[in-house]
Design a protein around this ligand. Structure first.
Ligand SMILES: [Fe+2]
Length: 417
């Protein structure tokens, strides 16, 4: 069954309308809002929100929607940023934004929805924008974001995975990660333990990740646990990936990041494989200095739960070799592992919060170069014009337990027969 069919079967409305208006203020040229109408979530607990009107009477206050997830930042680019949030009641969408506060402009979408997603476009690169999002007379707390840089700029990104639904461990990892101030965070999948269970998402992911996602955009790929349980594929509703299948590519500075969905078909001839091949042949890919791929199931891992994924090794690794990918991140194994094969560094970063796995002796080449069983995240520094990436693995106390340098010169191999 295709993803579209799965979503349709759940009774969810398709991601609908777009409101596009010309905004000539402050470099903003267009604004798009996409929102998902869904059943009102049963959890009516309030988030960190504030009513617009301070003197509303009690009856009116009861009708005010509360923000129960977010606002959170998604899908960064040098000229755009997506801001999403969820309300407990269907409500309109409002986004105040600007280069300064008080905000220079306000944008609104009158459609009554619970999942709100607005994409600002026409932004300036590497620029701080202040914003406040809300619905139905309730606004979330004030925050800001920085757009992605263009070429030849230094920045820092973070990668982690397998947060599952362990809120305390996840919160500790998030706190440690925020101490490094990454510009963007990538997630290797298994954000929660049971992805089709609506109740799993707020306490299991959005609450512990909230301080990070309010200021730092998250770019996730789905893991196998996003597909577990009964009900809608909430991952796709909360994160609104650019493609229906959940795969994506984006340029951030000199880096081309590619995210794949290893829960859907990626064998030669599949839609995802053909998309990935086209991406590898694209000018965006060839013009980038660095090529980083993120997906859930690792080609190389050796724990008491998971071993190398043979399908990833057979279908994807040859493309990494052929097109000069330099760095690959996966999760699935709840540990940290580092491999190197044909000049490509493979990192397993599955220590975002889920119960940890035990490393076992690795006897199948490539042999693991380093591994550790602990919760952690990865930090990567891109220091233009250096020709190296500097990667650190960091535990929840902020201690670095592994560090390497990755060279930029892509090692390419001919297409296998
Ligand atoms: Fe997994």
């Amino acid at each position: 069954m295709s993803l579209a069919a799965q979503v349709k079967d759940t009774g969810m409305a398709a991601v609908p309308q777009a409101v596009v208006a010309a905004l000539w203020l402050l470099g903003l040229t267009a604004y798009q809002a996409a929102s998902v109408a869904s059943q009102p979530p049963p959890d009516l607990a309030t988030g960190a929100t504030a009513p617009i009107s301070e003197d509303a009477n009690s009856a009116e206050t009861e009708l005010l929607p509360s923000i129960v997830k977010g606002p959170y930042l998604l899908w960064p680019a040098s000229d755009s940023m997506t801001i999403a949030w969820e309300t407990d009641l269907p409500a309109d969408s409002r986004l105040d934004c600007g280069l300064t506060t008080p905000y220079e402009f306000c944008m609104e979408d009158p459609n009554l929805v619970t999942l709100h997603s607005m994409t600002l476009m026409g932004l300036r690169p590497r620029t701080t924008y202040f914003f406040r999002a809300g619905s139905g007379g309730t606004l979330g707390c004030k925050s800001s974001f920085v757009t992605a840089p263009t070429r030849d700029c230094s920045f820092r990104f973070a990668v982690y995975g397998d947060t599952h639904s362990d809120a305390n461990e996840h919160a500790a990892v998030v706190q440690s990660m925020m101490g490094s101030h990454p510009a963007v965070v990538f997630h290797c999948g298994d954000l929660v333990g049971t992805g089709r269970d609506y109740e799993a998402w707020r306490p299991g992911f959005f609450d512990p990740a909230r301080p990070m996602m309010l200021t730092t955009p998250l770019v996730p790929v789905p893991g196998n646990h996003e597909y577990l349980g009964r009900g809608p594929l909430w991952f796709f509703h909360f994160f609104v990936p650019p493609s229906e299948g959940g795969w994506w590519a984006l340029t951030y500075g000199d880096v081309r990041f590619i995210g794949l969905n290893t829960q859907l078909d990626y064998a030669p001839g599949s839609e995802q494989y053909q998309w990935f091949l086209a991406e590898l042949e694209s000018s965006e890919f060839s013009q980038a200095l660095w090529h980083v791929v993120v997906f859930h199931n690792p080609p190389y891992t050796c724990t008491d739960v998971h071993q190398d994924d043979p399908a990833v090794r057979a279908c994807l690794v040859p493309l990494f070799d052929q097109y000069g990918v330099q760095l690959v991140f996966s999760g699935h194994s709840h540990a940290y592992e580092r491999y190197s094969r044909r000049g490509i560094t493979y990192i397993v970063t599955g220590g975002g919060g889920g119960p940890l796995y035990r490393l076992v002796e690795d006897t199948v080449p490539p042999i693991r170069q380093f591994g550790a069983t602990l919760h952690h995240h990865c930090i990567v520094d891109v220091n233009a014009p250096d020709q190296v990436l500097r990667l650190k693995a960091v535990d929840p106390n902020g201690q670095v337990f592994d560090s390497i340098e990755v060279g930029s010169a892509p090692v390419t191999y001919p297409k296998p027969e």
